[in-house]
Design a protein around this ligand. Structure first.
Ligand SMILES: CC(C)(COP(=O)(O)OP(=O)(O)OC[C@H]1O[C@@H](n2cnc3c(N)ncnc32)[C@H](O)[C@@H]1OP(=O)(O)O)[C@@H](O)C(=O)NCCC(=O)NCCS
Length: 175
């Protein structure tokens, strides 16, 4: 996979909203409604993947040198869906990960996961976990995540499983 023109930078929570609306929550009335109560919590980090090449379908974000094509957010929230073998404070929760349909397969999703793993390591945390949508199971598995539970249903969104990534895999360049 080549990612020569995809870069990842931290962005503001409000800069994720158009992408969240287009990709993840089209059933919500507007981008402004695409917020999480924890978006501005201490330790929250929002990552934006942008393309160096200008593309008309990308999202313009002030301060980013190129169009936003993907985003995800990280929160200091311990995995409470299942019993896990690590301690509170050892993990970060990955949420609202998505890339624009036109950008799929270009490496933006992988670049975001690698940047999330680097951020977790920077914060001294060893695991990143998420509630994965069924359509994204293959992507997360490809990125080194493992399943922690069986399928469960989130209203309006669909089937999910909780998955986790040992971020040392990123340090070893295994993802
Ligand atoms: C899941 C998603 C983030 C993947 O983003 P992407 O930009 O297409 O991912 P990449 O191009 O970086 O792909 C990385 C690798 O994963 C693979 N991959 C991507 N999506 C996949 C899928 N659904 N199933 C299996 N493998 C997948 C790619 O083929 C690539 O593998 P390679 O390195 O062997 O070539 C994107 O499809 C998306 O936004 N989907 C809709 C929203 C969503 O479901 N988000 C997850 C919420 S939990």
């Amino acid at each position: 996979m080549t990612t020569p023109d995809i870069r990842v930078h931290p962005i503001r929570s409000q800069d994720t909203q158009v992408l969240r609306h287009r990709v993840l929550w089209p059933h919500k009335p507007s981008p402004e409604a695409c917020v999480l109560p924890v978006d501005d919590d201490p330790g929250a980090v929002h990552l934006g993947a942008w393309k160096q090449e200008k593309v008309p379908w990308g999202i313009r974000v002030p301060g980013l040198p190129g169009p936003l094509v993907g985003a995800c957010s990280l929160f200091q929230q311990h995995c409470d869906r299942v019993s896990v073998p690590w301690q509170e404070g050892d993990d970060l929760r990955l949420r609202v990960m998505g890339t624009l349909p036109q950008a799929r397969g270009m490496g933006a999703g992988a670049a975001l996961v690698r940047a999330a793993a680097e951020e977790a390591q920077r914060q001294g945390r060893s695991m990143v976990w998420c509630d994965a949508r069924e359509v994204a199971f293959g992507f997360y598995e490809r990125m080194g995540f493992v399943f922690l539970n069986d399928m469960y249903h989130i209203p309006d969104i669909g089937p999910h499983r909780t998955m986790a990534l040992d971020v040392s895999l990123a340090a070893q360049s295994k993802i």
